[in-house]
Design a protein around this ligand. Structure first.
Ligand SMILES: Cc1cc2nc3c(=O)[nH]c(=O)nc-3n(C[C@H](O)[C@H](O)[C@H](O)COP(=O)(O)OP(=O)(O)OC[C@H]3O[C@@H](n4cnc5c(N)ncnc54)[C@H](O)[C@@H]3O)c2cc1C
Length: 331
């Protein structure tokens, strides 16, 4: 079965990152086959957000727009989206695989009396229905589900597939879906007091602009403390290769690669990581890669923007003291 129509829900008040949207757009296109893909934008003043999606190949945005939709009110947004889905009947509706995206998807599911398949690792249309694999129990188990009867409401674990390759679209068609009259846009169940930036040391590595990652060459937990210091000075997040995670030097959620996260930071500093294909699969799309390795033939140098053939402990110790001096000078 090929979806006749696939929607990607983008809600600017939820601060869904561009990468999350791009990944959903890629998946929507794959599911749609020859069918159509639309982004459903819900919020206020949406044209710029819609136009920004052109670079991922999107050429059609459906709008539910009103100044009273500037801040996220779960019931109101869910009812508006559910009524648009009921009216226009898309086959698949994709939501961001974030905490707030899951909240919204589940509420839309309740409104439509449909199952919301959250935290999917993959999904395929088959035999008139959809088969999904979901990460459950904190990722320790995978649940496989089958549902028939569209619409299928899904979210994807961010970073599972990465943004698909696509040519930018030259035109953008905006279609105003209007507002459902029966929905009270003035009733607020809470007040949104704003967003603050998360601590890079604890934030999800998927959202990190700078990642300092360590591998087996770091040598142990003491070596990782040095990496943490570098990360702190650079306001970066910590990443790790599989041997480092398996040795317990870094927690599982820091794993980069085929079985871990696929990251797209501006800077990836790879320390004592050889560059096995399974690791490269998760970080080769970083804008700038700096690799430190004692082995000049390490494969990581094949993808690095800048390679440093040296002992990582020497380089990182020198880097930390330079950064500390610089920060003191600024303070
Ligand atoms: C199905 C499957 C899935 C996998 N998924 C993943 C995954 O998601 N992520 C992942 O990372 N791996 C994954 N792996 C494992 C992967 O194949 C590699 O074994 C792993 O990436 C190697 O990690 P590493 O680079 O830290 O260690 P190594 O390959 O042992 O490399 C250590 C590097 O450190 C360098 N070094 C040593 N001492 C120093 C020093 N003092 N200073 C500087 N450099 C030094 C060495 O020259 C070497 O290049 C997977 C494997 C399989 C089979």
């Amino acid at each position: 079965m090929t979806a006749a129509e696939t929607w990607v829900v983008v809600v600017p008040p939820l601060r869904q990152t561009e990468l999350v949207s791009a990944e959903l757009v890629g998946e929507a296109r794959r599911l749609a086959g020859n069918g159509s893909v639309h982004v459903l934008l819900v919020g206020n003043d949406l044209r710029a957000a819609g136009q920004a999606l052109a670079k991922w190949g999107i050429s059609s945005c459906l709008l539910i727009e009103d100044e009273r939709l500037s801040s996220y009110q779960p019931e109101r947004f869910a009812r508006l989206i559910a009524s648009a889905v009921a009216k226009h009947d898309p086959t698949v509706v994709l939501f961001a695989g974030t905490v707030l995206g899951a909240d919204l998807g589940a509420r839309v599911g309740t409104e439509l009396d449909r199952r919301f398949h959250g935290q999917c690792l993959n999904f395929e249309l088959s035999n008139g229905g959809i088969r999904v694999t979901r990460a459950v129990s904190g990722g320790r188990q995978h649940q496989i589900e089958f549902a028939d009867g569209a619409p299928f409401l899904l979210s994807l674990v961010p970073g599972t597939v990465g943004p698909g390759a696509s040519s930018p679209s030259k035109t953008m068609l905006f279609t105003d879906l209007g507002l459902e009259r029966d929905i009270d846009l003035d009733r607020e169940c809470f007040r949104d007091l704003g967003f603050v930036a998360a601590d890079p040391r604890t934030m999800d590595i998927l959202d990190a602009d700078v990642i300092v990652a360590g591998g087996r060459g770091v040598g142990g937990p003491v070596g990782f403390e040095l990496l943490e210091e570098v990360a702190e000075q650079l306001e970066a997040s910590l990443g790790a290769s599989r041997p480092a995670v398996e040795a317990g030097w870094a927690p599982y959620e820091r794993l980069v690669g085929q079985t871990g996260r696929t990251v797209h930071p501006k800077l990836y500093l790879a320390c004592g990581i050889s560059g096995a294909p399974q690791h490269l699969a998760g970080m080769r799309e970083a804008e700038t890669i700096i690799a430190i390795n004692t082995d000049p033939n390490a494969p990581i140098f094949g993808v690095a923007t800048l390679g440093v053939v040296a002992d990582l402990h020497d380089v990182l110790s020198a880097l930390v003291s330079r950064l500390r001096t610089r920060h003191k000078g600024v303070a």
